[in-house]
Every structure is written in structure tokens, then in C-alpha cells.
Design a protein around this ligand. Structure first.
Ligand code: PGA
Length: 251
């Protein structure tokens, strides 16, 4: 089983100066931790600066998005090859904000997952249902579809690592937290789908399943019973190192 992972998704928040200050705070407070993977995912334009800044600590760098080709006529896109060159190790793929506002489809998400693995980057594949989907009782179908499509033609081999982030869209940034019992049920579903796709040793050793959506110090305790939980993807509560540290301490 790989070690726990905590991902700080800073989204498009903060100025460059503020990002540098926050990264420095993270480095000071969390940069010495070796038994948990702590990943910061700042704005794409700041990645080179951030790579230099966290350089000699144990913090790791992640991007919030990527394109599926290494190079070519794709105006405005970000190459996975360059992310790797910068020093990124992880990439958030298929975040619900991108699916919602940028019309990212399962097919696009799948190409991005493949491009990450081809470039030795670890994809953080985000899946999650909307509140409408939940009300209609279609949560399991949607999650299954997102997972199967997202992992189409993805043969996890050797040391290739994958992170599945279950983030119900209605819980993101809303202060609403998913019921831990329901999260546990969904995690079991995700794991079963993975076991149907990959050998058990690969699922056990190469895949981590994490939760995201309004996670903070006040609600994480509720997740302590979830056996399959390998970490958290945190937005709002990652914008202050003190708040994030509480989550790190818990895991
Ligand atoms: P939140 O964001 O913690 O602010 O809900 C989580 C995410 O979008 O990854």
C-alpha cells in the first residue's frame, strides 16, 4: 500500500506573490514530512517558480490540468512533457470544474490520463456525481462510466501510479460534506471496478483512492473509519497552511 497523500488544490486563487508566500509557509511547516506525500497544485503560470521554491524540501509539485499531446499546434495548452521538465510529478485530471465550465468530456479526460502516464506523471483522476444525478439515483452509473471511460486503454504497468479522487460536485466549495458511510460505499464500488480492470497487486500497490469536497479540520474525523481512504484532495482549506496542517496531522 503506498503512503497517504494530501493534495492542496489552490485552483486559480491568489496572486503570484501570495502563491510564493503560501508555498514558503508550506515548505516551512510541512516540507520535512517524508511519510506522507504532500502535493501542492498551484496555478500553471507559477509552476516554474514553485518548482524552484520547494526544491530542497519533501513537498511535491502537481499541475491542475494538462493537454494530451507533448507538442504541436495547440494554442494555449500545456504540454505534459514540459510539466515533467518543470519538475511536476502529479496532474489533476478531469476536475469537475473543468468538466462543468470547460466542457471536458470523459474522452478528453481519458486522453489526458494516458498522456500523463506516458510522461511519467501520476494522474489524479477526479470523478463525482452532481446533486441532480444523486437525486435521480444515478450516482453509481455515473461514477462507473467516468471511471471506465477515464481508464479506457490504460494498462497500469510496473511502477505506474494512479490516484482516484472521489469528489461529489455538490460538496466542492459548498461546505456540504458527503456522508462518510456513503463515501465508504462509493470507495468499495470504485475498488471493485478497479479490481475488474487490473490485477489485484496493481490495485493494492499502485492505486490510491482519496476523497475531496469541503474537507477541513472540523469534519475529517468522520472519515477515520474508511479503510480504503488513502488521502484527501483539498481546495479551500489548503489556502492557509494552519488549516491544511490539521488535515495532514489527522491522516
Ligand atoms: P474544496 O475543493 O475543498 O474547496 O471543496 C476541493 C476540490 O475542488 O478539489
Amino acid at each position: 500500500m503506498p503512503q497517504p497523500i494530501l493534495i492542496a488544490n489552490w485552483k486559480m486563487n491568489l496572486s503570484l506573490k501570495e502563491l510564493e508566500n503560501l508555498a514558503n509557509d508550506f515548505k516551512k511547516e510541512l516540507g520535512g514530512i517524508q511519510d506522507k506525500d504532500i502535493i501542492i497544485c498551484p496555478s500553471t503560470v507559477s509552476l516554474i517558480t514553485m518548482a524552484g521554491l520547494i526544491g530542497d524540501s519533501y513537498l511535491q509539485l502537481g499541475a491542475q490540468n494538462v493537454f494530451w499531446q507533448d507538442s504541436g499546434a495547440y494554442t494555449g495548452e500545456t504540454s505534459p512533457m514540459i510539466l515533467k521538465e518543470i519538475g511536476c510529478r502529479y496532474v489533476i485530471v478531469g476536475h469537475s470544474e473543468r468538466r462543468q465550465y470547460l466542457n471536458e468530456t470523459d474522452e478528453m479526460v481519458n486522453k489526458k490520463v494516458q498522456a500523463c502516464l506516458a510522461n511519467n506523471l501520476m494522474p489524479i483522476l477526479c470523478i463525482g456525481e452532481t446533486s441532480e444525478t444523486r437525486q435521480e439515483g444515478k450516482t453509481d452509473n455515473v461514477l462507473h462510466r467516468q471511471l471506465i471511460s477515464g481508464l479506457d486503454s490504460v494498462n497500469l504497468i510496473d511502477q505506474e501510479q494512479l490516484i482516484i479522487a472521489y469528489e461529489p460536485t455538490w460538496a466542492i466549495g459548498s461546505g456540504l460534506i458527503a456522508d462518510p458511510e456513503e463515501v465508504e460505499r462509493v470507495f468499495a464500488l470504485i475498488r471493485q471496478t478497479l479490481v475488474n480492470l487490473y490485477p489485484l497487486t496493481i490495485v493494492n500497490n499502485n492505486v490510491r483512492i482519496i476523497y475531496g469536497g469541503s474537507v477541513d479540520a472540523s469534519n475529517i474525523a468522520g472519515f477515520s473509519e474508511i479503510e480504503l481512504l488513502a488521502g484527501f484532495l483539498v481546495g479551500g482549506a489548503s489556502l492557509e497552511v494552519g488549516k491544511f496542517k490539521e488535515i495532514v496531522k489527522f491522516l
